[in-house]
Design a binder for this molecule. Structure first.
Ligand code: FES
Ligand code: FES
Length: 154
């Protein structure tokens, strides 16, 4: 066990944990942040995605000790109901979700992408979101939502 400081959504939390424990477990079990989901546990689906220093990271395979000193942002830190991030707003406007299990990964990945490129082509959006999975098949809605968010941000 080790004592670790985690900077998550702008707040520093102190936890005692096995340094090799996945960041996902610390977020969900120690901090009660349940937006990142456990899907595959193998970095294959993206449901557990968070931002680490602004970059999308699959928290199911990232040891918690590896993010000590970094700034972690989860979906709960991206926007608020009063002031949603454009991609959150666009998701609602496009009525994207079905079961909703995958949403976290798509939104966090898209938010990081749109920060780098807020006037993307359809091909760039598809490439940026490669590797994320949605078993409900909402892919066309997701593409529309990212496009809509880019128009709000552009
Ligand atoms: S649960 Fe982390 S990528 Fe699937
Ligand atoms: S909305 Fe169900 S897995 Fe994507």
């Amino acid at each position: 066990m080790a004592r670790l400081n985690l900077d998550v959504n702008g707040q520093v939390h102190r936890i005692d944990a096995d340094p090799d424990m996945p960041l996902l477990y610390a977020l969900r079990n120690d901090l009660g942040l349940n937006n990142p989901h456990f899907g595959c546990g193998l970095a294959q689906c993206g449901a557990c995605t968070v931002l680490v220093d602004g970059q999308p990271a699959r928290s199911c395979v990232r040891p918690v000790a590896a993010v000590a000193g970094a700034k972690v942002v989860t979906l709960a830190g991206l926007g608020t109901p009063e002031k949603p991030h454009p991609i959150q707003k666009a998701y609602v406007e496009e009525q994207v979700p079905q079961c909703g299990y995958c949403i976290n990964g798509w939104i966090m990945t898209a938010a990081a992408f749109l920060k780098r490129n807020n006037r993307p082509t359809d091909a760039e959006i598809r490439e940026a979101l490669t590797g994320l999975k949605c078993r409900c098949g909402t892919h066309m809605g997701i593409l529309r939502a990212v496009k809509r968010a880019s128009e709000m941000m552009g």
